[in-house]
Design a binder for this molecule. Structure first.
Ligand SMILES: [Zn+2]
Length: 229
């Protein structure tokens, strides 16, 4: 297929093991197929070549042009209705950890796929739910049905993917000296300094701060202090 975008799904059943889906779907007469399953431990199981059509969006357009990826879900929840809007959570911490694990892995995978297929993460990534709203996918609510509890949104996801795609990058320090802090806040502990004309690799950004690859902390990377190379 001509890849025009990426569609993110969540399996809508409490099953954290990708292999369970793969074994269940890898059979004759199964009428659905996705390109990959994601687990919270960072593992991605690719189940189709990226440029071969799957059947994950329920409507032709999404299937013809979108790579479809399913995130597995924690075993610690129970769905109380078929729309998956009512969820009983049997382990608050375990559930959140699992959901965040799949979210973070999906960010990395989607950044990789955006690079491979020259896609813009801000416009070319949709959830199944958003696909439905656009009229190109069936009426499902994933993955937002599970994210809503943690305040996670597709806009957050797209921004995080964009950031992952653009990282790492280099900056040159243009101010005389700059504090390295333990976290991206001015009030936090100073653990070192960087100096004018030094060049550093930034692996993550947050609100005008950049995390140094060397692992010791964060520096301000706004134009006043640094020049991006
Ligand atoms: Zn879906």
């Amino acid at each position: 297929m001509t890849v025009k975008g990426l569609m993110l799904h969540s399996v809508a059943t409490p099953q954290p093991e990708a292999e369970v889906f793969i074994n269940a779907w890898n059979k004759p007469n199964i009428t659905k197929c996705v390109h990959a399953f994601i687990q919270a431990d960072g593992k991605v199981y690719q189940t189709l070549p990226w440029n071969i059509k799957g059947w994950h969006g329920g409507k032709s357009y999404s299937n013809n042009y979108y790579i479809g990826v399913e995130m597995c879900e924690p075993a610690t929840i129970k769905y109380l209705n078929t729309a998956c809007t009512k969820i009983k959570d049997n382990n608050l911490v375990g559930t959140k950890n699992y959901v965040m694990g799949t979210y973070n892995t999906a960010v990395e995978l989607f950044a990789y796929l955006c690079k491979q297929f020259n896609l813009d993460p801000m416009t070319d990534i949709l959830s199944h739910k958003e696909g439905y709203k656009k009229g190109i996918a069936s009426n499902h609510g994933d993955p937002e049905h599970l994210w809503v509890k943690y305040g996670l949104t597709m806009n957050d996801f797209r921004r995080a993917t964009k950031q992952a795609l653009e990282s790492p990058f280099l900056v040159r320090i243009i101010t005389n000296s700059l504090n390295i802090r333990t976290s991206p806040e001015i009030a936090n502990n100073v653990v070192g300094k960087v100096y004018k004309n030094d060049v550093y690799t930034i692996i993550e950004t947050k609100d005008g701060w950049g995390k140094l690859k060397s692992g010791v902390g964060w520096i301000k990377i706004t134009e006043k202090y640094c020049k991006r190379l």
